[in-house]
Design a protein around this ligand. Structure first.
Ligand SMILES: [Mn+2]
Length: 435
């Protein structure tokens, strides 16, 4: 006897796609719904005995009526194809008063594990599925600890109610495998040894947004990952996992799901320059690609390279020598690493060759916005300035104050504002009108 199941999780219908322009956001949300439809297509094509959804089907616990209708429509297609659907709520769509999981809106083939703890449900072909809905009170608990005792109790209960004994055992849980990086989003820790001793043939995990095979010992386990990319962290191929239960250990076949291309470009302006970045972005332009550019360092180019904004300011700066270097005269305040390795040019002298304030990392790539589906700039630039200990000049004190605040900045936005303040302040101290 053999049975195939299809496993998905973390669809996150109605994900916000924060930072995307409105039109791209709308299209991306439609693509997330399309990914769910594609998973349903695969379940039908592969004639699976069940579709498992391991949490975070919805991005929020009170999804819109249209998102609920979309899910119902997709699950109805499975109903017509005779495919049961098993769902556990995740940390994003946990069961609350407004939860779609409380309303009997789904077609009859859908079962949501929404009780207090573990419960079990049978699928055709001798498969018993044990599901644990996410509950916030379990967030810090090792959720698979002692699972085999729950399994044995549920087996006794199921068999007492007339269910035949099962040939295959599958678990569903939404939580963080120990050792995978979840950052502050770690919930319901899962220890590898608890997978190994679970007595399950397959553990259908949810919460991690990229495919990961987590098999341990006799138990196969995986995170399928979100079927459509949700953030720029999701660069790996999208997957739904086909699980084949039969003789011997379960077999996993991760099926690839097509999705929009996301790219991340890290660019050190001190080493590779701004002109080089412009060339790179022009060469890679593709209105279907979502691109994130992480800017580091600081451009050493002369002002003209800073583009239109810089060009406008250029006139005012042409006479920079005449304006003098203000408090930052070369003799008084040699800036960071003026010994700059391999001809580090303007890195190390401040102000540099042009009005640095004409370069604003936040808007520096605006001219490329229409060349990409979405262009996101992460500003980790670092204006290269340093101040000697004991420098009591206005300039020295200004730099130290801003740098102290930078060291304590609580988020990237605050740090970006402080770096901008540093640039504008130094320009002003150099006697220049900010660009
Ligand atoms: Mn999730």
């Amino acid at each position: 006897m053999s049975v195939r199941l299809l496993h998905t999780s973390d669809v996150h219908l109605e994900w916000l796609f924060e930072g995307f322009p409105e039109d791209a956001r709308r299209r991306r949300r439609a693509e997330v719904a399309g990914a769910l439809a594609r998973v349903v297509d695969l379940a039908i094509e592969h004639r699976v005995g069940g579709l498992l959804v391991s949490g975070d089907l919805f991005h929020g616990d009170a999804p819109s009526l249209s998102a609920r209708a979309e899910v119902s429509a997709q699950f109805s297609r499975l109903d017509r194809a005779g495919v049961p659907v098993l769902v556990i709520p995740g940390n994003h769509d946990r069961v609350t008063g407004r939860s779609p999981y409380r309303l009997p809106r789904f077609p009859a083939n859908v079962h949501v594990f929404s009780g207090e703890g573990w419960s079990a449900r049978e699928l055709p072909g001798g498969v018993r599925v044990y599901g644990l809905p996410y509950r916030s009170q379990d967030a810090g608990r090792r959720v698979l600890e002692g699972f085999s005792a729950h399994r044995q109790r549920l087996d006794r209960e199921r068999e007492a109610t007339g269910q035949p004994s099962c040939a295959f055992r599958v678990g569903m849980v939404h939580g963080s495998l120990w050792g995978l990086s979840f950052g502050p989003d770690a919930h319901c820790p899962i220890q590898p040894e608890d997978i190994e001793s679970s007595g399950l043939d397959y553990l259908a995990l949810g919460h991690y947004h990229d495919f990961q095979d987590c098999s341990r010992g006799p138990t196969k386990a995986s995170y399928p990952g979100a079927p459509a990319r949700l953030t720029f962290a999701n660069l790996s191929p999208r997957r739904a996992v086909l699980v084949e239960l039969g003789d011997g250990p379960a077999r996993l076949r991760p099926l690839e799901l097509a999705d929009r291309e996301y790219r991340v470009l890290e660019w050190d302006l001190s080493r590779r320059g701004l002109e080089g970045l412009y060339e790179e972005l022009a060469a890679g332009a593709d209105p279907e690609v979502a691109l994130k550019v992480v800017l580091q360092g600081w451009p050493a180019e002369p002002l003209a390279a800073f583009g239109e904004a810089g060009g406008a300011a250029a006139g005012g700066v042409a006479g920079e020598e005449a304006l003098g270097m203000g408090g930052g005269s070369a003799g008084e305040a040699p800036a960071a690493g003026s010994a700059g390795a391999e001809g580090g040019a303007a890195v190390g002298t401040w102000p540099g060759t042009g009005a640095a304030s004409a370069f604003d990392p936040r808007t520096s790539l605006d001219r490329f916005r229409s060349s990409y589906f979405h262009l996101e700039v992460v500003d980790r630039t670092a204006p290269a300035v340093a101040v000697e200990a004991g420098d009591r000049t206005v300039r020295g004190l200004f730099i130290s104050r801003v740098q102290e605040r930078l060291a304590r900045a609580e988020n990237p936005e605050e740090a970006a504002v402080l770096r901008r303040a540093l640039v504008l302040g130094l320009e002003a101290l150099a006697g220049r009108r900010p660009g």
